[in-house]
Design a protein around this ligand. Structure first.
Ligand code: NCD
Length: 316
């Protein structure tokens, strides 16, 4: 297989096959072991350049991509919308061409507009990772969520995952539903009719407007109420939303695990007692963000045939 043949971006979760997903999750697992060592840096991507281009605020995604690249010994550069030509109105295409002069191996981009990552992929030679484009896709979040579920519950297929809340504005939810379907799990979307887009059952999920439906799920995945993306009143009030759909200890049954991509509105979509309970996998999700993004960079920049020979996989 030639290198050219393997060249691929990660723009949508549907760019991946189930085999790709499991390979990335297995690599992440091996990398996680490397984090237990005293020296946490691996030489794997020495001399490579990973450029983070963030047009929207981010805590977890940006910090984990930066650290992931550093832990693999790549050089990193981060450009945020403020403080660069970006806030002077330079077009995304011009910014991408300018940065291409540094010959980056990977560009990680977050942008408020759907299709921004695709545009950068067309405009540069770099491999592009979509770190969120509007309300469209956030594939590395879906991968880290799948990783977290698999590590906690031991499998992905045959699981029911209830995704609760503001699906309409959520790139996380869209990518997660597609990712779950890819690995044979059953997504169940639960929320008020105004926040659950018509026609999403076509993605392969079940839909319910009753919060009681979450009782059947193995995993309860709580979505943030994304008020910054709401251009109208989608719920009568946040208080009413909380009463009808907020995830409280009473609504979580024994044996269920609870997840949230962050940032959380404690007391709105999720009760702080649930966040801090034994059922919560939220901290595991953050830890997974680092190793899964390391695995994604590793997967993009190294040939599959080399996997067994890479030092990282000898850590075990
Ligand atoms: C999400 C995002 O930005 O899409 N956050 C994240 O990446 N962890 C979810 C959100 O903003 O609600």
């Amino acid at each position: 297989m030639t290198v050219e043949h393997r060249r691929r971006h990660l723009l949508n979760i549907s760019d991946l096959t189930p085999e790709d997903v499991y390979r990335i999750l297995d690599t992440a697992r091996a990398l996680e072991r490397s984090l237990d060592r005293e020296v946490k840096k691996l030489p794997t991507l020495r001399g490579r350049l990973v450029l983070n281009l963030f047009y929207e605020s981010s805590t977890r995604t940006l910090s984990s991509f930066e650290l992931a690249a550093k832990r693999l010994s790549a050089d990193t550069m981060t450009l945020r919308a403020s403080g660069s030509s970006v806030d002077k109105g330079e077009s995304l295409r011009d910014t991408a061409s300018t940065l291409a002069a540094y010959d980056p191996d990977v560009i990680v981009i977050r942008h408020p507009h759907i299709g921004a990552a695709h545009l950068v992929a067309e405009a540069t030679e770099a491999l592009v990772v979509n770190a969120g484009d509007g309300k469209h896709q956030h594939p590395t979040q879906a991968l880290l969520d799948l990783f977290t579920i698999r590590e906690a519950l031991g499998r992905l297929d045959d699981l029911r995952v209830a995704i609760v809340g503001d699906f309409l504005h959520s790139r996380v939810a869209r990518s997660l539903v597609e990712g779950l379907v890819l690995v044979g799990a059953t997504p169940l979307v639960v929320g008020p009719p105004t926040l659950v887009p018509r026609g999403i059952a076509e993605l392969g999920c079940e839909v319910s407007h009753r919060i009681e439906a979450i009782a059947e799920a193995d995993v309860v995945y709580v979505l943030r109420m994304q008020q910054e993306r709401m251009d109208a009143a989608y719920v009568p009030s946040l208080r009413e939303y909380t009463t009808l759909y907020g995830i409280t200890p009473e609504r979580v049954r024994d044996g269920q695990v609870v997840m949230h991509p962050g940032p959380m509105n404690r007391g709105v979509e999720i009760d702080p007692r649930v966040v801090d309970s034994g059922a919560s996998l939220i901290t595991s999700q953050v830890r997974a963000g680092l190793v899964v993004r390391m695995a994604v960079l590793y997967d993009l920049l190294t040939a599959p045939g080399l996997h067994v020979a890479m030092p990282v996989l000898e850590v075990a």
